[in-house]
Design a protein around this ligand. Structure first.
Ligand code: COA
Length: 331
C-alpha cells in the first residue's frame, strides 16, 4: 500500500509588515500587552487587492519547485481556508485555474485553524487508497480584511495575520517514512465561542445595515474559553496519535503546533515535556494565520534545517468549531 510523504513545502506572506506599534494607532492597545499575552510582535496584512488564490498560488509554486515537480503532475488540490475569496465557488478552483491544472478536482476544507490537519487527513487517505498519487495541500488566509481594528475588536485584531502555506504530498512505496497517522475531532457545542455571525444564509438579505453597524460581520471570541480548551485538546491529540504507534512524547523530534498564541504553544510544550529545540514557533512574526500557520511553519522549519530524514514530526491544531487534530509523520 502506498504511503504519503511530503515531497516539497512552500509559503507566501504579504510584504506589508504590521507591527504592534502600528496597531496602537487604530486601537487602545500596547506592544507590551500584545507581547506579554500572545508573544506576537508583528504580522503581515495584504494590500493592493491581493487574493487568497494568488497567495495560495505563490506558496504552491514554491512547494512544487521544492518537490521538483511540474504543476501538471498534481492529481488533486485540497485547500483549507475560513476566509475564501468568495462565498462560492471555493478558493481551490481559482488556484486550480491559476496553476493551469486542467480538470483535476479542488476541494475546499472548512475547519478553521485545524484546516491543514483536516486536509492532510483527506489527502493522506486519497493517496493511501491509490485514488490520487500527487496531492497539493494548501492553507491560506486573509484575516486582515475581516477584523475590527478598532478598540471594540482589539482582543481578536491583534492576533491574526494573512498568509499561505503549501505542501506537495506524494505516494511512495518506502516503508520507513511518511504520514503515520492523522486524527481529527470536532465539538460543535462550542461553535459560537469563536465565530462570525454574519453574513449568514439564514437571513435574507444575508447581511444588513444593522448587522454591519453592530459589527456582526466581525469575528467574536471568548478568548479564555478558547485558551482553556486549546491547551487541553492539543496535547490530548498528540498523545492520541503517538499512542496509536506505541510512541511517547520523548520520541518526537519536532512539534509544530498551530500558532494561535505563543502562551498556548508553550503550555502544550510543557504538558508534553518537550524541550525548546523540539518545538517550532513563528507566531512572533506572523500572528495567527489560521489554516496557513502549520504549512508556513513547516516550510520555514524545513528551510531552517530543523527536519532530517527519519525525524518524527508532530503537527497539532485547534480552532473555531471547535475543531482539532494531530498528525504524526516520519520525515
Ligand atoms: N490590548 C489591550 N487590552 C486588551 C486587548 C488588547 N489587544 N484585548 C483585550 N484587552 C483587555 C480586555 O478588554 C480586558 O480588559 P478589562 O480587564 O478591563 O475587561 C483585559 O485586556 C483582559 O482581557 P482577557 O480577555 O481576560 O485577557 P486574556 O488574558 O484572556 O488574553 C487573549 C486575551 C485573547 C490573548 C487570550 O484569551 C487568548 O489568547 N485566547 C486564545 C485565543 C486564540 O488562540 N484564538 C484563536 C484560536 S485558533
Amino acid at each position: 500500500m502506498p504511503v504519503t510523504v511530503f515531497a516539497g513545502t512552500g509559503y507566501y506572506v504579504p510584504d506589508r509588515v504590521v507591527t504592534n506599534e502600528e496597531l496602537t494607532q487604530y486601537m487602545d492597545t500596547s506592544d507590551e500587552w500584545i507581547v506579554e499575552r500572545t508573544g506576537i510582535t508583528e504580522r503581515r496584512w495584504v494590500s493592493d487587492g491581493m487574493s487568497g488564490a494568488e497567495m495560495a498560488r505563490r506558496a504552491s509554486v514554491m512547494a512544487l519547485e521544492a518537490a521538483e515537480m511540474r504543476a501538471d503532475e498534481i492529481d488533486a488540490i485540497v485547500l483549507a481556508t475560513l476566509s475564501p475569496d468568495h462565498f462560492f465557488p471555493g478558493t481551490g478552483v481559482f488556484l486550480q485555474r491559476e496553476l493551469g491544472l486542467g480538470t483535476v478536482p479542488a476541494l475546499d476544507i472548512r475547519a478553521q485553524c485545524s484546516g491543514f490537519v483536516y486536509g492532510l487527513s483527506v489527502a493522506d487517505a486519497w493517496i493511501r487508497s491509490g485514488q490520487f498519487r500527487n496531492v497539493l495541500l494548501v492553507g491560506v488566509e486573509i484575516q486582515s480584511t475581516g477584523i475590527d481594528v478598532s478598540t471594540r475588536g482589539r482582543d481578536i485584531a491583534v492576533l491574526f495575520g494573512d498568509g499561505a502555506g503549501a505542501a506537495v504530498l506524494t505516494a511512495t512505496e518506502d516503508a520507513d517514512r511518511g504520514v503515520l497517522s492523522t486524527r481529527i475531532h470536532s465539538d460543535g457545542r462550542h461553535a459560537e465561542v469563536l465565530w462570525a455571525e454574519a453574513a449568514s444564509s439564514r437571513k435574507n438579505p444575508r447581511i444588513s445595515k444593522e448587522d454591519i453597524e453592530a459589527g456582526r460581520h466581525y469575528p467574536t471570541m471568548e478568548g479564555r474559553d478558547v485558551f482553556k480548551h486549546a491547551v487541553t485538546r492539543m496535547p490530548e491529540a498528540v498523545l492520541e496519535v503517538l499512542s496509536a504507534h506505541g510512541l511517547e512524547p520523548s520520541d518526537i523530534d519536532l512539534l509544530i503546533p498551530h500558532q494561535a498564541n505563543l502562551r498556548i504553544s508553550q503550555m502544550v510544550q510543557r504538558r508534553l515535556g518537550l524541550p525548546d529545540e523540539k518545538v517550532f514557533n513563528n507566531i512572533q512574526s506572523y500572528g495567527n494565520t489560521t489554516a496557513a500557520t502549520i504549512p508556513i511553519a513547516l516550510a520555514e522549519a524545513v528551510r531552517a534545517g530543523r527536519l532530517g530524514r527519519g525525524d518524527l514530526l508532530a503537527l497539532v491544531a485547534f480552532g473555531s468549531g471547535f475543531t482539532w487534530g494531530a498528525s504524526l509523520i516520519r520525515w
